[in-house]
Design a protein around this ligand. Structure first.
Ligand code: ADP
Ligand code: ZN
Ligand code: ZN
Length: 697
């Protein structure tokens, strides 16, 4: 018997991912095997089985399968199809995608060890039945959405205000499905599980520890393997995970939930740059399962897909506009920073408002999307700035350990005592980050007392404060318990948390995104601010007095007008109109080809050369010419941060209103890129990659 086996091959090797092996053992499609590969022995997945020897291979060149891991049942044809689609769509090799989708520990296990691990463990039917009981009577809105979903095939987009009870809807939908079918499984995806330990606790409390497994990158190898096997066997009824969970092997997958579907972390940023949200739609159709995307601020792509069916919409849009328990959304106040003294960090009215909240024993949350103390150190005598020696970026001043750190390459040095160029001792921070805001606030609040007479506590949560394992959990616990009065942080604090005591949220300096060159920046800002605002007044008793403050130099900007009214639909309509007029997604499809090289000129030349070849091919081939005609291939340009860790980066954008033409051109382009890599004028080329449906350009 001859087997085509998917093995992990480096992205751009000629191997492509499927290799042929020979065996006398009974083998089935989808089975895990161990095969020789180069000097090593690796894990592979049987993709195809042939009774006849493949004619194009010399018999003697075909190696033999080392072992078949028959302790694990074969992966389903749906799973194989999902992987195949991902590889094709995102332009990577099949083997690479297949192997990245399996837990790494599987590779190192012997069949005996595997068999031992496959002990039975299952959720009890009683627990699943009990999960149907919601702790409260469902709201009218929740019941309505649930019955709409029962009556239609989906996909569903739930547009629900923060705190409208979406999570409860997901849990109910899943509980119903699992109770009806004792074999059914459900997949719930969240953007970053570490940020929302509450959700995990809530799901486990509802469905029982036994039937729920997690899948995310924070788990150890053995933990991931255990979860994977439980899902694969069907004993786990629910998989709760981050984007990687989209590849969980689940033989009876019937429901998929993508919570906070707009979140950028659903897009993988290395290897195959897949969107787990988009794959969820694909996988649901493949498996005949239902899928919910949910968000208070859906991505414009999903919003567009959920327009009325008469206009071409393919998702069913379900609305949950009101908060549970008559809770209100925070009142939005804009502070016009044009009327504040120059260099104001916190405006006087905002300071007074925070002080008043603290004195009443309420919490405030301040959002500043920049960590560190100051983004740049600067010498006023000679103009020196704390540039990174290896990147085209400034190093950030961190006062806590008196370092200058590059946030792109990690290059870190102690802060110099004096200016490195002119010796001036007076070098000063420019701009501000979360560290400085924390320090500043503590000073402003020294004289304020909490109702219990204790001193005010300010806490900062960002990537720096949460580096150590368990630090974030400890910090969040401090917020939940009420020990903390003012929370300062980056977007990390805006997402998902069910804070019960926060009544004031403030965005300190959000203007940057209004005029960014990235066309998605306003969409991201709006989502962030709505999310952040959603952290205020989650306790219905307090919601009427809750506020969201925005400090801005552009108070009349339509984005803030829409924010004030909590009006996502009008914001989306206005953005979509602009995008459609400009021919940007979702009215077109994009792909980026990125190239890294020692010199910028080489990176660009490499991309432009491949483009020239495309145009050349079109001259001899009318069919291809027609296809290429539908795709705009833009000249290569330097990336916005051109150099990182001494590597020069360039990119080339492809855009088309036809997804299929774009993909066919990409396929041909890959061949051109492969050919170009050995050209002598491309010496210094390091790597290239394709990003389909890129999130940032
Ligand atoms: P969302 O996911 O839309 O932000 P959640 O489902 O987390 O909303 O619900 C917000 C809060 O309301 C949670 O604390 C939840 O426990 C509570 N809740 C949800 N549904 C109900 C209900 N029907 N009755 C009372 N409280 C509810
Ligand atoms: Zn100087
Ligand atoms: Zn750097």
């Amino acid at each position: 018997m001859w087997l085509d086996v998917a093995v992990s091959a480096p992205a751009h090797s000629q191997v492509g991912g499927l290799l042929t092996y020979n065996t006398d053992l009974p083998a089935q499609v989808g089975q895990l095997v161990r095969v020789p590969f180069g000097k090593r022995e690796v894990l592979g997945v049987v993709w195809r089985v042939h009774a006849q020897a493949p004619s194009h291979l010399a018999q003697s060149a075909v190696k033999r399968v080392t072992a078949i891991l028959d302790g694990v049942s074969p992966l389903s044809s749906h799973w194989l199809q999902l992987v195949q689609f991902t590889a094709q769509y995102y332009q990577r090799s099949l083997g690479e995608v297949a192997m990245a989708a399996l837990p790494p520990q599987l590779r190192d296990l012997t069949p005996e060890q595997l068999a031992r691990r496959l002990k039975k463990r299952s959720a009890s039917e009683e627990t699943i039945k009990a999960a149907l009981e919601s702790p409260w009577p469902l709201s009218a809105q929740q019941s309505q959405v649930l019955s709409q979903m029962a009556a239609a095939p989906g996909p569903f987009l739930i547009h629900g205000a923060t705190g409208s009870g979406k999570t409860e809807v997901y849990l109910q939908a899943v509980a119903q499905c699992l109770a009806e079918d004792p074999d059914a499984q459900a997949l719930m995806m969240v953007p970053e599980i570490n940020l929302t330990p509450q959700l995990e606790a809530r799901v486990k409390a509802r469905f029982g520890e036994e039937g729920v497994v997690s899948m995310h990158s924070g788990m150890t190898g053995p933990q991931r393997l255990k979860s994977w096997l439980a899902a694969h066997k069907g004993s786990a009824r629910i998989v709760l995970g981050t984007r990687m969970a989209i590849f969980a092997s689940m033989p009876r997958l019937k429901w998929l939930v993508v919570d906070e579907e707009h979140d950028a972390s659903y897009k993988q940023q290395e290897g195959a740059r897949y969107s787990a949200r988009d794959l969820a739609i694909y996988r649901a159709r493949l498996e005949g399962a239902k899928v919910i995307l949910g968000s208070a601020t859906p991505s414009l792509e999903s919003w567009h897909q959920s327009r009325p069916a008469e206009e071409g919409g393919r998702y069913l849009r379900l609305q949950m506009p009101s908060r549970i328990g008559a809770g209100q959304l925070p009142f939005v106040r804009r502070v016009d920073m044009n009327h504040q003294p120059r260099k104001t960090v916190l405006s006087a009215p905002l300071i007074a408002a925070i002080q008043a909240r603290v004195a009443k024993g309420e919490q405030s949350m301040l959002l500043l999307n920049r960590r560190g103390y100051a983004p740049v150190l600067h010498c006023s005598d000679c103009g020196w700035k704390s540039e990174c020696a290896h990147c085209s970026a400034f190093r950030v001043f961190h006062k806590i350990d008196r370092t200058l750190r590059c946030h792109h390459c990690g290059f870190t040095q102690r802060v110099p005592r004096a200016c490195p160029t002119c010796g001036n001792a007076d070098i000063a921070p420019m701009g501000r980050g979360t560290e400085q805001l924390e320090e500043h606030l503590a000073e402003l609040l020294v004289d304020v007392k909490r109702p219990d007479g204790e001193a005010v506590k300010v806490m900062r949560i960002d990537a720096d404060s949460t580096k150590l394992k368990g630090a974030l959990e400890a910090q969040l616990a401090g917020v939940h318990s009420g020990e903390v009065d003012v929370l300062v942080g980056t977007q990390m604090i805006a997402k998902g948390h069910d804070f019960r005591r926060i009544t004031l949220v403030a965005a300190i300096n959000p203007d940057g995104a209004l005029f960014s060159s990235d066309f998605r920046a306003p969409e991201r800002l709006f989502a962030l601010l709505m999310q952040a605002g959603g952290r205020a007044g989650r306790d219905a008793a307090q919601s009427a007095s809750s506020e969201m403050w925005v400090q801005t130099f552009h108070p009349a900007h339509p984005l803030f007008e829409a924010l004030k009214k909590h009006d996502y639909p009008s914001f989306a309509a206005q953005q979509l109109k602009e995008r459609l007029e400009a021919g940007l997604p979702p009215s077109s499809f994009q792909a980026l080809v990125r190239c890294d090289a020692r010199q910028q000129a080489v990176a660009q030349a490499f991309l432009n050369h491949a483009n020239a070849q495309l145009q050349q091919m079109a001259q001899d081939d009318v069919t291809f010419a027609n296809m290429l005609n539908e795709v705009s291939v833009f000249p290569a340009v330097p990336m916005s941060i051109q150099r990182v860790a001494n590597v020069e980066r360039a990119q080339m954008l492809l855009e088309s209103t036809s997804r299929s033409s774009l993909h066919k051109v990409l396929d041909v382009l890959q061949t051109c890129l492969h050919e170009g890599r050995s050209q002598p004028e491309h010496k210094g080329l390091i790597r290239w990659l394709v990003d389909v449906d890129p999130l940032a350009i």
